[in-house]
Design a protein around this ligand. Sequence first.
Ligand SMILES: [Zn+2]
Length: 334
Amino acid sequence: MPYVIVLVLLVVIVALLVQYWYIVVPIALVVTLAVLLPRIIRHVRMRRYFASEAFLAHKAEIASVVTEHNDIASYVAEIRGTGSFGIGKSSTGSQASLATFQNTSQYAYRRDRNVAQYGAPNVHNCSLQIVRNAAGDPLKYVMKYFDIAATDATLIDVESLGQSISRLEDAVRNLKQRENAISNSFDPPAFILKHYGNEFMSQVGVNLSPVTVPYPEYVFEYVSAGGNSSQRTSFKLDTSAIDALLAALSQKMHFSKSVAGQRALMTASLRESIKRRDDYACKYCLVSVAVEPHLLLEVDHIVPVSKGGLSIVDNLQTLCWRCNRSKSNKLPSS
Ligand SMILES: [Zn+2]
């Protein structure tokens, strides 16, 4: 809007300077009104909608739904704060902070168009060959150069990363579904959704969560000595990549033949099969998705991994987020 006012002021100034101002000034005023008037009318309609009896009555009616949404939004922040979202570390540049680099070229050659990022834990500085190979065989190269060794301890760490990511993904998806359901139940006029989406949610009392899923990302980077060229391969550990990493690690460890291999790998399909086995119902409070369609369910280790609990089917159960939250508040690590 300010640019319209600036434009009009400019036109007016020019008009006053020229002799036809009495023609230019009315035209400028009409244009201003034509631009501003629809916005002003829309704003008044928006205020009237939010003050309307129908809106306020429905808001009061669904207050408990909104409260539950906001509780899950704060739960999402908790998962984000306490979960594990990183694994592996690049060995290149781990001591980079000890040294100082200076470009002391005598002539004005530009030798720093591309500068290697030494010291970033998720960046591996390497040859062009490795950058290219990593693009073809990402899991193998990430395991090798980010020091993700095929041991039972690593396997547990990757599983716990997978758990944190899938919990957060589920919870974020659940919030979106709830927000859509809340919005649909109001069925607001189209102009409200188009122009005042966030204002609508805040008028309803919904706290929008800014949390996104922090997938670990690994970068293989080559920077030429002269700084003239740079190439990189990046690889994101999302749920399917984590499952593939678990499979690769366990295969490398000959996991299925080991004692630890008596347990299952904690993958997305195992989590889904546990929920299916439990009929998508919480084992503690017995609430199910049949009763509460937007129920957020999680897969829980009955005896926590930190206390020696295994990822075997008998040690896994489905809990709703409320029961899982109060369980993990009683047990500091689950
Ligand atoms: Zn429950």
